[in-house]
Design a protein around this ligand. Structure first.
Ligand code: NAD
Length: 548
């Protein structure tokens, strides 16, 4: 199968070559297209890679039945309707890390420009003057840098600030002490504390309700006279009118802005007429290296999403998966398999409409609850819903829309859910139990998905089993009498079906027994009928399983 990818907006060639190198990917590169032209073409594509010029609107997404991935070579996804993409099961992937250095370096470039009056000195010289004494600057050394938000960019700035001989104090309630220690940043307990210490204040937070207008007149007043304020993050976090006022009154010595509450900046913006500011037109990420790096970063992620269903770098799947993707991935697949087994067994009893999905997991998977739930929903829905968009991202929304109640618990619910056999205890913290309810019927299927061992199904209803899921799981119930295993083995063998594992379980001697038979390949319906005709076999359910 070949996936078609449309790349636009002049995404850097190095990333495009990552896509073009794959035989299974066909890449069309176009300049930024008018929206009607893009709308007419998008139906043919499985993925779209943009920068910021193309608007990936709801209309465009709805006109793209094949679209599985939208890649944005950059950080901001304001030009993409992420809400609708999530609803439609389209992964949205950005490149959050690629421009960190570019912004950190712009910080020092623009702050030094401000302190040494570089733009004005340059201008004056070009205008024929030699005003050596007019540009008396000041130094970074010895100043206290106050960083709000110690994520990627705030952290890189803190690291470099030490080289300039600055002291660094930080305010970020969402990062732990080890990171602050590693960055040699002293923690301010509150934003007010930070404002009381910093003489260079810089903001590196994402735009949230909390950070909106975070620095206003009150905060500026708390800064020591002669301080400077820097915003290279997003417009709106610093109140620009309050900033202009602080500068006009001489309370602030200067300001540096790369982002504004309204972009582009209007010609009558009060900051434009002030001498002691350095203003740049949102160029934080605009370096050759950053453009290359975000392009490669996003194109690799788009390639992996298309070719191996790897959604760990998708911003809307990332909200589903919380934790290390590599650790969680086997558990997600197992959960989907457990749900598929439960669904098939309920269906074999005539219980087809699932009302509830309850997932319980061990402690090691506590952070992945939502993703486990999505996987269980996927296992339940995949065999019955004709929706190309069904995936980890859309599964929960689709389940809810179909009236299926979803719940997930971690840790203590495990024993109750049935993780208690010897095999299960080996990796109990990676145990998962999926309980499906359909009217008065209930079915719990459980297993263990330790990241370094093959996943095992360890419980089916009341029966303890221990099998590694393969392409098909055959579940037989039979009377607990001698000879059944031999008959079943013969029947499968003569039909050319290779048994990978056969686990027979019973509740009491002479009662009903259950066999979980993992087989490579598929099991035809005629063979199932053949098995049902064997003496003492009571039921035979053939369950094709997802294996990746
Ligand atoms: P990040 O997610 O790595 O870091 C953000 C940090 O802010 C996190 O550590 C988080 O804990 C912290 N934070 C969140 N809410 C906070 C609050 N209320 N108070 C204090 N701290 C809070 O993000 P990043 O990659 O460092 O980017 C930072 C900002 O820079 C973002 O807004 C991003 O959009 C912007 N950015 C701008 C440009 C540009 O061209 N100027 C380029 C890249 C990124």
């Amino acid at each position: 199968m070949t996936y078609r990818i449309l790349v636009t907006d002049g995404v850097d060639a190095e990333g495009v070559s990552v896509l073009a190198a794959e035989p299974a990917l066909a890449v069309d590169e176009v300049p930024t297209l008018p929206s009607d032209e893009l709308l007419a073409r998008i139906g043919a594509y499985d993925a779209l890679v943009v920068r910021s010029a193309t608007r990936v609107s709801s209309g465009l997404l709805r006109a793209a039945p094949r679209l599985a991935v939208v890649g944005r070579a950059g950080v901001g996804v304001d030009n993409i309707d992420v809400g609708l993409a999530t609803e439609l099961g389209i992964a949205v992937i950005n490149a959050p890390a690629g421009n960190t250095t570019a912004v950190a370096e712009l910080f020092f470039g623009s702050v030094l420009s401000l302190l040494r009056h570089i733009p004005r000195a340059d201008q004056s010289l070009r205008e024929g003057r030699w005003e050596k004494s007019a540009f008396l600057g000041s130094e970074l050394k010895g100043r206290a840098l106050g960083v709000v938000g110690l994520g990627r960019i705030g952290g890189e700035i803190a690291v470099r600030a030490h080289a300039f001989g600055m002291t660094v104090v930080g305010y970020d309630p969402y990062v732990g002490d080890p990171r602050l220690h590693a960055l040699r940043v002293r923690r301010a307990a509150t934003l007010d504390d930070l404002l009381g210490e910093a003489t260079v204040l810089t903001i590196h937070t994402p735009p949230t309700d909390e950070t909106q207008a975070m620095i206003g007149a009150r905060e500026i007043a708390r800064l020591a006279p002669g301080s400077i304020v820097v915003n290279l993050s997003r417009g709106g976090m610093v109140d620009e009118l309050a900033l202009a006022d602080g500068l006009r009154r001489g309370h602030l010595a200067g300001a540096v802005l790369d982002v504004y509450s309204k972009e582009p900046l209007s010609a009558d913006h009060p900051l434009l007429s002030m001498p002691n500011v350095v203003l740049t037109p949102h160029i934080g990420a605009s370096t050759v290296e950053a453009q290359r790096s975000v392009s490669v970063e996003v194109c690799q992620a788009v390639r992996d999403a298309l070719l191996s269903g790897e959604l760990s770098r998708s911003i809307n799947a990332a909200s589903v998966v919380n934790g290390s993707w590599a650790d969680v991935r086997p558990a997600l697949l197992l959960t989907r398999q457990l749900a598929a087994v439960g669904r098939a067994l309920l269906a074999s009893r005539g219980a087809r409409a699932i009302d509830r999905i309850d997932v319980s997991s061990g402690d090691a998977l506590a952070g992945a609850g939502e993703a486990l739930l999505a996987s269980a929903a996927l296992g339940v829905l995949a065999p019955v819903v004709a929706n190309e968009r069904l995936n980890l991202i859309s599964a929960r929304a689709l389940s809810t829309a179909r009236g299926i109640a979803l719940s997930v618990t971690a840790g203590e619910a495990l024993g109750e859910a049935g993780i208690e056999s010897a095999a299960e205890n080996r990796g109990a913290t990676y145990g998962v139990a999926v309980r499906l309810t359909s009217g008065r019927h209930e079915m719990t299927v459980a297993g263990v998905a330790h990241p370094e061992a093959a996943p095992r199904i360890t419980r089916i209803g009341a029966f303890h089993v221990d099998v590694q899921p393969r392409e098909t799981l055959l579940i037989l119930t039979n009377r607990d009498v001698p000879g059944v295993i031999g008959h079943v083995g013969m029947a499968l063998g003569s039909a050319g079906v290779n048994i990978a594992e056969y686990h027979q379980a019973r509740l009491a001697q002479g009662g009903e027994a259950l066999a979980a038979v993992a087989v490579d390949g598929s099991v035809e319906d005629s063979l199932r009928h053949g098995l049902l005709a064997l003496p003492d076999v009571l039921s035979a359910t053939v369950i094709p399983l997802p294996i990746e």
